[in-house]
Design a protein around this ligand. Structure first.
Ligand code: PBE
Length: 266
């Protein structure tokens, strides 16, 4: 096969939304002779980033706040600075897909109401609260160590799988967990998203990161990937997440359905 026809590989992180977005990308119209495959749930943020830098994958869904704070270590950097830093590495970034999926801390509405907790600051007065946090959040620059210091929080959280955290909250074993704001469970479990009153968390707009050599290898597919910008709003993403997490659909079928009604033209 000619050099331009080598396969394109999309990666995704090990959580539902990332896998859905990976399936969407893999299902986009592509160049004749090019195959697009999806390596789903490769791991956490740093694994995906490394795979992209090394060319093991060609694109994956990422979030601007994660890119700035965790991967480029340029907290607060705007899109132009991020693009310049990516460009030096042979990488590009699409414009926002149309939604943000931000970290937040959450409680059940009932528990928050009973304790009078509405903001992250309010947690400081309740050292007895049991906090369970996703493993990645426990360690990240923009995660627990920073939130704890910014708000002077006295609790000692446990790390756990993000999906298990919701069950812990529902059963009462946990009082507070980290949320991703497009999670389907937030309305399902009637959770209160605590106000980030010190504006600790950055914006986490969803984008795709990609290798710039795709421009030569698969220009039509890259154009379709860029065409996803502005096409998925937060309610839509939360609904797609719900179809997988709450209704048992596969990520592939949810992505195919979305592509069927909303796909950008080739
Ligand atoms: N998240 C929520 C992001 C950051 C905020 C887990 C979806 C991520 O980096 O994967």
């Amino acid at each position: 096969a000619p050099a331009h026809a080598q396969p394109v590989t999309v990666g995704s992180k090990a959580f539902t939304e990332s896998v859905i977005l990976g399936e969407v990308a893999a299902g986009l119209p592509h160049d004749e002779g090019v195959t697009v495959t999806h390596r789903a749930q490769l791991g956490g943020t740093r694994i995906l980033w490394r795979a992209l830098l090394e060319g093991d994958i060609d694109a994956y869904p990422e979030y601007t706040g994660t890119l700035a704070a965790e991967l480029l270590q340029m907290p607060g950097a705007g899109p132009d600075r991020m693009r310049a830093a990516l460009d030096e590495r042979g990488l590009g970034m699409t414009a926002s897909l149309g939604f943000s999926n931000t970290y937040a801390l959450g409680m059940t509405r009932a528990r928050a109401g009973e304790l009078g907790v509405a903001s992250v600051s309010d947690l400081a007065g309740h050292p007895e609260l049991k906090i369970g946090l996703s493993n990645e959040f426990m360690q990240r620059a923009d995660g627990w160590p920073g939130v704890r210091d910014a708000y002077g929080l006295p609790q000692r959280p446990d790390g756990l799988d993000h999906d298990l955290a919701y069950r812990g909250l529902a059963s009462g074993a946990l009082d507070v967990i980290d949320l991703y704001t497009t999670d389907a469970e937030i309305p399902y479990y009637d959770l209160t998203v605590l106000e980030d009153d010190r504006r600790y968390f950055p914006d986490y707009a969803a984008v795709f990161l990609y290798r710039k050599d795709l421009q030569a290898r698969a220009p039509d597919w890259l154009a379709a990937l860029q065409g996803l910008s502005g096409r998925i709003d937060a309610p839509t993403m939360q609904r797609l997440n719900a179809e997988v997490k709450l209704e048992g659909a596969s990520e592939a079928s949810v992505a195919a359905e979305w592509l069927g009604v909303a796909a950008p033209a080739a």
